[in-house]
Ligand binder design. Sequence first.
Ligand SMILES: Cc1ncc(COP(=O)(O)O)c(C=O)c1O
Length: 327
Amino acid sequence: MIAIGGYFELDKGLSRNWHDGALGFNSGRNALRYYLREHQVKCLYVPYYTCDSLLNAIRKEGVEIRQYHIDEQFYPLGDMVSGGQTAIVYVNYWGLFQRNVEKLGSEQRHLIIDNSQAFFADAEAMPAFYSPRKFFGVADGGYLVNVNVKAMPTPDNGVFGYTALLMRSVDGPEAGHQAYREAEAQIANLPIAGMSAITESLLSRTDFDMARLLRERNFLFLDRHLSGLNQLSFDLTALTGPMAYPFLPAAKGLRNFLISQRVFVAQYWPELLNNEDLSDWERTLAGGLLPLPIDQRYDLNAMARIVECVMTFCNQYSEQETQEAIA
Ligand SMILES: Cc1ncc(COP(=O)(O)O)c(C=O)c1O
């Protein structure tokens, strides 16, 4: 019997889902696992430059993993043949490589797009999965698109991940950090389930258009000021509300300096540095790339503070290098 009246739950929200017809899961990796299961994928090509969490999820499905390298444009290297029960996962890194997605899609017969870092990117009618918590204030969730499934699993009813978000809202990022790490560890062990009602409710109230716009504005601001120091360059005509501004400076130690200035930057993916099969390029990315925050929480004053911190550090670094060269 449906309950009527009493105290309120979270509002359902009014806005539409960004991805029409998307199937909701409790994480991005579980959306992928469901796809692998439903389509009986036996062999999957996966980039070396990706996180352990993805590989572990694929292993849980008993799928054979073959790994491939990427070039400096983040495009796959080597001869891969897909089709039938052999598929390729391509990561649309930070949502900046839509052109690679299109090109690969025209060459390969069974491609799965990992849009975990590319919430706003269109999957070009190919199967793809998404991870909304990398873009919005939700603790979990995943989407699978362009896929028909016979039945959906029941929704997740866990709320553990929200502790970190509530703590950060009340007391700031340092206060909720431990809870965040614990929640991330728990996500690794979640059985496949549908998206929770809380996550669905929060997402349905998101202003997606505004979030995308602000991300692109912030991205362009950082690129205008930092592209001269960045060893990466981007196709600015193909922006799709990116996740972050990937910054690869010559200077070493910037991450710690930024943290000392309370600019928090993730590392993708430290575990890779132990992998001897990585190419020099992938190792450089794993060790030195800084995904600078550009999300919809921040205005241009915040972006200017990031630029100032980066400039201060890089100038000091190059002065120190010059002096060491003279000595
Ligand atoms: C490239 C990539 N793919 C997939 C995933 C898995 O997404 P989720 O954490 O929502 O399972 C992540 C991050 O965890 C990721 O960085």
